[in-house]
Design a binder for this molecule. Structure first.
Ligand code: FMN
Ligand code: SF4
Ligand code: SF4
Length: 258
């Protein structure tokens, strides 16, 4: 069973690829959050957690889900985590394993690989330029192929990750600031003159935080589940969504095969 979260599609693509090799079911975390989070995992089935790195940690929605997750005899299963990131995971897997320990689970192996950048919420951050984006994707395909083989054969003790020199500062200090101050949907707004009321942003939001649709101007519901994944911003065909003044003249990105 693969529990996954993805905003702009990088991790969805990776999770789907692993699932195609292991024949194990994909569960999109936002789809099951309202249930009891109790899952029956087949004997011999792997348990995987796939997610993007957010603020050098797992996204809060993944962490909240794990705190509620119940799997009978969880520790008997091969368990792995796979994160996609823009450049640096920091202590993401340490945070993950701390959360997993509370439900009697630990990862047997962890993996990360770099994919195109999706975060545009800091003034100094933007999507990657085309050459860098294409190079990351090309390398990503190769890395995913390799690590997926390790998952298939249930390799243990692997820690193949992208970690910079300042994991404590990044994950603990800046990560705390990020979760407390940056992960909020109040800065999102729509430039009315550019919005054609197509409803794509509402359809794409993984946590149903946008009300709107064909002919109806989108409105953020502030439902407490926004991860600032920026899927709404990146998918708008008219680049009509802004995040305060921090996204002015910035690019857009979401995963597609070509
Ligand atoms: C809110 C947010 C925070 C992010 N923080 C980090 C980070 O701390 N380190 C990093 O390398 N990439 C970071 N990124 C980039 C994503 O991890 C990366 O682009 C990922 O592949 C996106 O996956 P997705 O397309 O499945 O959402 C962040 C992206 C977002 C939206
Ligand atoms: S995706 Fe863009 S154009 Fe379409 S409704 Fe949303 S803001 Fe408007
Ligand atoms: S409102 Fe936008 S940024 Fe927030 S979860 Fe939905 S798509 Fe992601």
């Amino acid at each position: 069973m693969i529990f996954y979260f993805s905003g702009t599609g990088n991790t969805k693509w990776a999770a789907e690829y692993v699932s195609s090799l292991t024949n194990e079911k994909l569960i999109f975390i936002p789809d099951v959050l309202e249930g009891d989070c109790h899952f029956n995992v087949e004997v011999d089935e792997r348990i995987g957690f796939c997610f993007p790195v957010h603020g050098w940690r797992p996204p809060f929605i993944v962490r909240d889900f794990i705190r509620r997750l119940r799997i009978d005899d969880a520790a008997a299963h091969y368990c792995y985590a796979l994160a996609t990131c823009g450049d640096d995971v920091g202590l993401t897997f340490e945070y993950l394993n701390k959360d997993l320990a509370e439900i009697g689970l630990q990862t047997d192996s962890v993996f990360s690989f770099i994919m195109p950048e999706s975060y545009v919420g800091f003034p100094f951050m933007n999507v990657d330029k085309k050459e860098k984006r294409d190079a990351k994707k090309e390398k990503g395909v190769k890395e995913l192929n390799l690590l997926a083989q390790d998952i298939v054969v249930r390799k243990k003790g692997l820690c193949i990750i992208n970690k910079s020199h300042w994991p404590i500062i990044n994950s603990k200090v800046i990560g705390s600031f990020f979760v407390e101050k940056m992960v909020k949907d109040t800065p999102f707004r729509v430039e009315e003159n550019r919005c054609v009321k197509c409803g794509i942003c509402a359809d794409i939001c993984p946590v149903d935080n946008i009300k709107g649709g064909l002919g109806i101007e989108p409105e953020w519901l502030h439902n407490g589940l926004c991860t600032t994944c920026f899927a709404c911003y990146h998918h708008c065909p008219h680049h009509a969504i802004e995040f305060g003044n921090r996204t002015k003249n910035k690019g857009q990105y979401y995963f597609h095969k070509k």
